[in-house]
Design a protein around this ligand. Structure first.
Ligand code: ADP
Ligand code: ZN
Length: 729
């Protein structure tokens, strides 16, 4: 009774909460009774209080082992703010100076410090171990305990030393291990490694009922993401990519499209990363584009969406990362893009790893593939992965698969065949092998087991791969078979499976809807060629161009080039700013000639009731190469074009092509200094006049008109660049 009373008092007075969440109270009581405690609670469940509160109430100092310095600092700051004193919580890690370390030790020894956060690396340092041996330790909390396991998504070898160090520090120190990701496999790893077999287990449900899960084929991914963010303006979200390069690229393309986004990955310096985190918390930025390094310990309750630009490497990672959405119980959309190419890429990465790691990685990845390709309720699949039974009616249409029409098939007969096969042949085969048997596909393992002569060989050939994939996946989700990820994903018959064989009943399974083919994972996919051309508008734009050309006494090609008009017909820009985003327009041209064009397009769009949101203008970074930027800078410094070419290691012809494309994309540059050197004034005037009255910008025609004996191809090309830049941009 005493404990109970002060528990509530402390919860209210220190943390300001009225009631415990979930198992918190039972967990805290357990550790206060000095029992080893194992807490499995999803992100946002409220794990921190489970060790913070008992630490405050215990004699001595609790040691909290935590993998990330940022995470520690965050928590220590919070505790100090609540407690009103700095000495109540400290951390020991490599970021501290000698003086700071002395101060920490002083406070701890004086008994002022209730929680001491330690990084696993610091924990193994001999003088720290010595120090910890000299103090009174109330208990040890191992946060993010899944870091112990290779089967988790965040393995840290130093975590494996924790047990032996605790043994050095003292006898009978209770341990509380906490994690948000525990498949049965990771769970048993943690228990084994921390030698806490008798620990009381507190496992909360992993169901996050407010999260909406969706997997889409990776097609036009950049455009899809931009569209999604624009439709969710004013909300904050996180986009995860697998590589730093992708992170940078996507952040840039979002910014070009008017979305405030910042990159975040381990390659950025600590200061930049800290600033980015702060901006995210303060909502100075809408979107963080990150590698998985972002998010751990960042308690922003109102993240409204998490997008996976690339498929995640593991279901644990996916669950953790999506778990950062909607922590306040409000809206949280989790959208992942899936492509076979990403799978290949990840598989290729693993090629260089040691065999055992590669095998583990392959099995972990296989789960993600099965999840993505299946048409079964996503929530059911996720929870099954974490060892929970879930009836999909409880999903409440909060996943894409529950919202789409499903094709069911009566599975009983074929299911019995599969289960019977495993029973007869033993738990020695993976899904791939079994499916090959049913499809009648021979290969080396099939023939070495003589399965090509088995009576089921080729039994379900005409049903096809997708059918058997669907069936095996769901036999697993029904717990009739169990995959041993430790052993190459071999499938074993379970007790439920044996029961089903003995007492079969009708059962309906869902046929997987094959995903659309994904396309090349490239930013260019938002380029000008997407979508069909609106020929009616194109004609109107060409007429307009003619009209303006006449008014200004300029040839039409100076106003806008054809590809630019084409693009206007797919993207329908209705403001000057939008017009600037069209390839080949640029800010100079847009301001100079754009007004009447956007006016025309606006009227047209209104009249026809065209839904422009369907076809957002997504500007790509593709035409802003470093080479072009450098050429422009060199021209500004009046360096000869031939010299620029040789300093860039390209031919003069190629350089002219680059300069041309700079000018054609609407950038004004002044090459007069160089032209003057190459061509005398009279001849310059002659070419200039020619282009002024020309119908088209062809160099061949110009040469024919002006005489090939007087001009070279490059002369005309140079003059055309000068002409277009002066009059057009
Ligand atoms: P986890 O570490 O499991 O992801 P945290 O410990 O960061 O979760 O807690 C998640 C959120 O829930 C925090 O905003 C925390 O303040 C809040 N929280 C924790 N316990 C309670 C409680 N008993 N009542 C209300 N809110 C709580
Ligand atoms: Zn569902």
């Amino acid at each position: 009774m005493e404990i109970e009373k002060s528990l509530y008092d402390n919860l209210q007075s220190f943390f300001g909460f009225d009631a415990f969440k979930g198992d918190q109270e039972a967990i805290i009581t357990n550790i206060l009774n000095k029992k080893d405690t194992f807490v499995i609670m999803p992100t946002g469940g409220g794990k921190s209080i489970c060790y913070q509160l008992p630490a405050l109430m215990s004699e001595g100092t609790a040691i909290v082992i935590s993998p990330l310095i940022a995470l520690m600092k965050n928590q220590v700051d919070q505790l100090r703010a609540f407690g009103g004193t700095d000495s109540i919580a400290h951390f020991l890690n490599s970021s501290l100076t000698k003086g700071e370390i002395a101060r920490v030790k002083e406070d701890v020894t004086a008994g002022k410090t209730k929680l001491l956060y330690v990084a696993p690396e610091s924990l193994s340092k001999e003088d720290n171990v010595q120090f910890l041996r000299s103090i009174m330790v109330s208990f040890v909390a191992v946060d993010e305990a899944h870091c112990i396991s290779e089967w988790g998504h965040d393995f840290r070898p130093e975590y494996r030393k924790i047990r032996s160090i605790i043994n050095e520090i003292g006898d009978d120190i209770p341990i509380i291990a906490l994690t948000a990701t525990a498949t049965p496999k990771v769970q048993s790893d943690i228990r084994k490694n921390l030698q806490m077999n008798d620990a009381t287990l507190f496992k909360s449900s992993f169901n996050r009922s407010n999260l909406f899960y969706e997997v889409k084929s990776k097609k036009n991914v950049v455009k899809e993401i931009v569209k999604f963010i624009k439709n969710n303006a004013g909300k904050t979200g996180i986009i995860y990519c697998l590589s730093r390069k992708k992170v940078e690229e996507i952040a840039e393309v979002l910014n070009i499209n008017g979305i405030k986004a910042l990159p975040y990955h381990a390659g950025l310096d600590a200061k930049t990363r800290a600033e980015t985190q702060d901006k995210f918390l303060m909502e100075d930025v809408e979107v963080i584009v990150a590698t998985i390094a972002f998010g751990m310990g960042i308690d922003k309750p109102d993240v409204r969406y998490v997008i996976h630009h690339d498929i995640p490497k593991s279901m644990e990672g996916y669950y953790q990362e999506t778990g950062r959405a909607g922590r306040d119980g409000g809206e949280g959309v989790c959208l992942a893009f899936y492509s076979k190419k990403d799978v290949d890429k990840l598989t290729k990465f693993m090629k260089d790893k040691p065999v055992s790691e590669r095998e583990i990685g392959t099995q972990i990845l296989k789960e993600v593939i099965d999840y993505s390709e299946s048409s079964v309720c996503r929530r059911k699949q996720i929870l099954h992965y974490f060892g929970e039974k879930f009836d999909e009616t409880g999903c409440n249409n909060m996943c894409d698969n529950c919202r789409s029409a499903k094709t069911y098939f009566e599975a009983e007969g074929d299911l019995l065949k599969v289960l019977g096969f495993i029973k007869q042949e033993g738990n020695k085969f993976d899904d791939h092998h079994i499916i090959n048997v049913f499809l009648g596909q021979n290969n080396q393992p099939i023939s070495s087991y003589k399965h090509d002569t088995h009576n089921l060989f080729g039994y379900g050939k005409e049903l096809g791969l997708n059918y058997w994939n669907s069936l095996l996946r769901q036999a697993e989700l029904s717990d009739f078979i169990k995959k041993d990820i430790d052993h190459y994903g071999l499938l074993a018959l379970t007790e439920d499976g044996i029961k089903y064989i003995n007492n079969p009943y009708a059962i309906k399974y869902v046929l997987n809807r094959p995903l659309e083919n994904s396309d090349e994972d490239s930013i260019d996919d938002a380029g000008p060629s997407s979508g069909a051309l609106d020929t009616e508008l194109l004609k109107m734009l060409k007429d307009q161009r003619k009209k303006i050309a006449k008014q200004k006494s300029l040839p039409p090609f100076v106003i806008f080039q054809d590809p630019a008009l084409d693009e206007m017909c797919t993207h329908y820009p209705v403001t000057i700013d939008e017009l600037k985003q069209i390839h080949g327009v640029g800010s100079g041209k847009a301001i100079k000639f754009g007004a009447s064009f956007v006016e025309l397009i606006k009227n047209y769009v209104e009249e026809k009731g065209i839904d422009r949101a369907q076809d957002l203008v997504v500007k790509s970074t593709a035409n802003r190469s470093a080479l072009k930027v450098s050429i422009i800078q060199n021209i500004d410094r009046k360096i000869g074009l031939d010299d620029i070419a040789s300093s860039k290691g390209i031919s003069y012809e190629d350089l002219l092509k680059e300069v041309e494309s700079i000018v054609y994309s609407g950038t004004k540059i002044n090459i007069g200094y160089f032209v003057d050197e190459m061509i005398d004034q009279d001849r310059q005037d002659e070419v200039f006049d020619y282009f002024k009255s020309a119908e088209v910008d062809s160099i061949k025609l110009a040469l024919a008109e002006l005489g090939e004996e007087d001009y070279t191809y490059e002369d005309i090309q140079l003059m055309r660049i000068k002409f277009l830049s002066e009059l057009g941009n």
